[in-house]
Ligand binder design. Structure first.
Ligand code: WTA
Length: 623
């Protein structure tokens, strides 16, 4: 990165920072002297919850709806900014009563219910970094995240509604908290009314502790670089990384991008981001960005086909949603269900459509615009990552020309390049690696507890230039616009969720029947990529036809238990050998060929070229 980041860029971000209320103004926009550890708005202080809630009430918008919440079973709740303030203050007072103090970590595993937002904002208000864990993650995944962050409190619920059924949650989180001595209390929201196991003294009901608190709480201003949250994401090794985000720069960019990318007008728009709060999209574009901008949002608890496949369109019609932000995998699912379903609803309120999570294929882009966007709403394809904190590359909605499938250009204030192996920018029509060549306000500040991993993962690929390496391939078209080509490392993108091949492999080999495993992401018409695993069973056993189904089912279940149902392989193939180079590295490229039913490519670097014949022979009748 150039030693003196461009003056205009810094000035641009200083202007954007003025969208927020600062208790103390910063004295320097960016301190990059300890690169790659950035400090933005040094010396500035602010409170994130005050910015997202209180100041809107103080400005006379207390009656404006912050959330139209819709539960999966059909119950609803309307929360105004004034109510949001009182809920957040009560929650903050409850957390204080448990002895939590700025800097303490809080783990949150909750369904998409309003308490999830109250909990996040209460943490932000008190300077307690939160670590939200997706509701579908297993007890083992929750446990490792609690341990890594050393969380003192877990906030969870008795259960959650999934596909019309009340599923347990507290019973599962207990499996994690049974092994995490750092957890002093478990605060439990009653959602489904299910019976739950209870540990006296440790466990507390939300409705007992929170509802009885005072609704008054004075926010304290924190340093711009105070940690706001940790969010775990998959990397190329088995252990997820705790991506650290801080206060001032993060909120500045989340607020700016949300306003600019969707052309959002807080006085008239009804906005709906369909992500789960367990992912970065939920953090930046359900909670922090929209609330900082005083948005009226829709929040929906459940799955898109419960109780019927028109549920999303029914919600758009009911609330008059004007900005709808979702993922290509859901768009392709809607395509599969058929265009006659959205056609039954009045979607004329839609003004802007957003897409995030993976490259959107032109066919899905066109379908989205035509059948949800009435052939007029712009589709903004937003490229970003957990690490970038907020959108980085996207067409602004006022750009009249359209290119289905291209995220186009970096936003104002952002700089990105497509470079070759040597870090040289490639030409028009050429592909390479996507890098970010200038620091940005919402950039990750590190990997929780692991500075070396931060440097190694993101900054070691182009050390001479000091580029941030995103892990994505990209191409410039003839106009110099950027097209994203997907991950170039061992991270899969399944329905927009990042899962590393190593994570699934280590889950598989932790099962007693498995000697070795190799996992690849194979392209899938609905989920973008699907997980395909090749396993060698212990003792060189080749499974007899009759046993294969049973073993494979047990392994899929095992992966779900180790990581979560989203990591269940679509296919598990038992093989006698895995293709390896002479240095012992698994050649995933060849396995991908098999998984995608292609002719197997160049095998000359294999230690034993006949392995692929063995694998292919063994697979006859296996799929
Ligand atoms: C991919 C989600 C192409 C990409 C916000 C990135 C995309 C990873 C797009 C980050 C897009 C996300 N076009 N690819 N519009 N958006 N990706 O951390 O591979 O869950 O590196 O953040 O998703 O996933 P993450």
């Amino acid at each position: 990165m150039s030693p003196s980041p461009d003056h205009d860029r810094l000035e641009f971000w200083e202007e954007q920072a003025q969208r927020l209320h600062w208790d103390t103004r910063w004295n320097q926009a960016l301190d990059w002297s300890d690169a790659p550890f950035a400090r933005w708005f040094t010396g500035g202080t602010l409170n994130v919850a005050y910015n997202c809630v209180d100041r809107h009430v103080e400005a006379g918008h207390g009656d404006q709806v912050a959330f139209h919440w819709e539960g999966e079973p059909g119950d609803t709740r309307t929360i105004t900014y004034a109510e949001l303030r009182s809920e957040v203050c009560k929650t903050a007072n409850a957390l204080l009563s448990l002895g939590l103090r700025a800097g303490d970590r809080v783990a949150i595993q909750l369904p998409m219910i309003p308490e999830a937002v109250f909990a996040m904002l209460a943490c932000a208000r008190l300077g307690l970094p939160h670590s939200v864990v997706f509701g579908g993650f297993s007890p083992a995944a929750l446990r490792s995240r609690i341990e890594d962050a050393g969380a003192r409190l877990l906030i969870t619920s008795d259960g959650q509604y999934r596909r019309g059924k009340a599923e347990p949650m507290k019973a599962l989180t207990d499996e994690a908290t049974g092994h995490t001595p750092s957890i002093e209390h478990v605060l439990v929201v009653r959602r489904t009314g299910a019976d739950v196991p209870w540990t006296e003294g440790r466990d507390l009901w939300w409705h007992h502790l929170v509802d009885t608190q005072s609704a008054a709480h004075r926010p304290e201003a924190f340093d711009a670089e105070h940690p706001l949250f940790i969010l775990y994401t998959s990397g190329t090794t088995g252990k997820p990384k705790g991506i650290l985000h801080t206060t001032g720069g993060y909120l500045t960019q989340a607020a700016y991008t949300h306003r600019a990318v969707f052309g959002l007008d807080p006085d008239s728009d009804i906005y709906w981001c369909t992500a789960d709060i367990g992912w970065i999209t939920g953090h930046s574009y359900i909670v922090y960005g929209p609330l900082a901008n005083r948005t009226t949002s829709v929040m929906y608890e459940g799955t898109p086909n419960t109780p019927h496949e028109g549920r999303h369109f029914e919600i758009i019609e009911r609330y008059g949603v004007s900005v709808y932000y979702t993922a290509p995998t859901l768009i392709r699912t809607f395509m599969k269900w058929g265009e006659d379903i959205p056609a039954r609803y009045d979607l004329s309120s839609i003004g802007v459509l957003g897409s995030v999570g993976e490259p959107i294929n032109p066919e899905a882009w066109r379908w989205y615009r035509k059948h949800i966007g009435g052939d007029r709403a712009p589709v903004v394809d937003t490229w970003w990552q957990t690490e970038t904190g907020a959108v980085m590359i996207a067409p602004l909605p006022d750009r009249p020309d359209v290119k289905p499938g291209s995220a186009r250009t970096p936003l104002p204030g952002i700089s990105a390049k497509v470079v070759d192996d040597q870090g040289r920018e490639v030409g028009k029509g050429e592909s390479g690696y996507l890098v970010l060549d200038q620091p940005w306000p919402s950039m990750l500040r590190g990997v929780w507890g692991d500075d070396d991993r931060y440097r190694e993962t993101y900054w070691s690929r182009f050390p001479a230039q000091g580029y941030y390496f995103a892990g994505d391939g990209a191409r410039y078209d003839e106009d110099g616009d950027i097209w994203l080509l997907g991950r170039i490392d061992d991270v899969m993108n399944v329905s927009g969720h990042r899962i590393s091949t190593a994570e699934v492999e280590s889950a598989l080999v932790s099962h007693s029947a498995v000697a070795e495993a190799a996992v690849v992401g194979a392209s899938d018409a609905t989920t973008g990529q699907a997980i395909v695993a090749f396993v060698i069973l212990r003792g060189g056993a080749t499974v007899r036809e009759t046993d294969a189904g049973r073993v494979v089912a047990a392994l899929r279940e095992h992966v779900a238990q180790e990581i979560g149902p989203i990591a269940k392989p679509r296919q598990i193939l038992t093989v006698p050998e895995l293709p390896k180079t002479r240095s012992g590295k698994i050649m995933r490229r060849l396995l991908r060929d098999v998984a995608e039913n292609r002719e197997v490519g160049d095998v000359t670097t294999l230690a034993d070229a006949s392995v692929m014949d063995l694998i292919n022979a063994g697979l006859v009748g296996e799929t």
